[in-house]
Ligand binder design. Structure first.
Ligand SMILES: C[S@@+](CC[C@H](N)C(=O)[O-])C[C@H]1O[C@@H](n2cnc3c(N)ncnc32)[C@H](O)[C@@H]1O
Length: 280
């Protein structure tokens, strides 16, 4: 693992969350110029940053429950790679899959590879470009198929069903499929609900199925031991605060800004994490 302040946009997201916590006197101010370099000069590591960040801590929470040493994991919709890195740190071998650089994610594989190398996971994580509903990999080759905060960016609910079908094929006997998403219907986080609805209206995020609906998709494909878990957390694990920008459809600016303000003002915790899983 690199012990220098060489970074990427992905790693900056982690550092911005983690550095305020890692300060000796723990103030919540945003990191200042040169702070990351000073952190590494004093012996800090990217693993410490990952573990101390909200995004990293939440991915660790999921990996701790389902990923064990020496298993093969298929991370569907890996995006920036946060869940892949959490599994790789537990000595799992990870195949990270995503249809990017499509979907407005130009250059993301390059970003993924650089972040992975800096984190020290270049040899345990490999990336492939593919969609969840058409996995170009041998049947029965994985012990864990996971999709962590990814189905929000799928094109349709049919693609989620496709993920479940393909996971059933890609998993070996006894393997587990795990789908993790925010519970946007969490009554304890109404501001998030309003903002998320705004984003679905803009076509940027999929209207998410409920935990019950997702569980029924797994049962329909023959998964056993299907369970739903809801975990309440203060972790800012999937930030969705993309500010209004003028490329958004005209006429939606006011509504978007209002939803954004509601998200800022309402003192609420992030929505519960919904984990639906089943065994093959
Ligand atoms: C929010 S990001 C991923 C988050 C990531 N798993 C993590 O741990 O931070 C969602 C990803 O889903 C991917 N995606 C969209 N449609 C997909 C599909 N049909 N199959 C697999 N991934 C898809 C997007 O390209 C995007 O990179």
């Amino acid at each position: 693992m690199s012990s220098t302040a060489e970074s990427t946009r992905t790693l900056d997201i982690l550092a911005n969350q983690a550095l305020p916590r890692l300060r000796a006197k723990g103030s919540s101010e945003k990191p200042k110029a040169g702070e990351l370099e000073a952190f590494f000069r004093n012996g800090g590591s990217w693993k410490e940053i990952f573990d101390a960040s909200d995004v990293g801590a939440e991915r660790n929470l999921v990996a701790d429950r389902f990923a064990v040493e020496n298993i093969s994991v298929l991370d569907v919709g890996c995006g920036r790679g946060f869940f892949s890195f959490a599994c790789a740190a537990k000595s799992a071998r990870v195949t990270a899959m995503d249809p990017m650089d499509g979907g407005g994610r130009a250059g993301w594989w390059d970003e993924f590879k650089r972040s992975s190398a800096i984190m020290g996971h270049a040899h345990s994580v490999c990336g492939i470009r593919a969609s969840a509903d058409s996995v170009p990999l041998k049947s029965g080759s994985f012990q864990l198929v996971a999709s962590v905060h990814s189905i929000r960016n799928f094109g349709s609910v049919e693609e989620i069903r496709g993920l479940v079908r393909e996971a059933n094929r890609a998993l070996g006997s006894g393997g587990r499929l795990v789908i993790v998403e925010s519970d946007v219907n969490d009554p304890g986080s109404r501001g998030y609900r309003a903002f998320y609805s705004m984003r679905t209206k803009l076509g940027w995020e999929l209207e998410l199925p409920t935990g019950d609906e997702m569980a029924s998709f797994l049962e329909a494909e023959g998964f056993g031991d299907v369970s739903q878990e809801f975990i309440e957390t203060d972790l800012d694990y999937a930030p969705i605060r993309f500010p209004y920008d003028p490329s958004m459809p005209k006429g939606m600016a006011d509504e978007y800004k209002k939803a954004e303000k509601q998200l800022e003002d309402e003192v609420e915790r992030p929505p519960r994490i919904c984990i639906v899983s089943g065994s093959r």
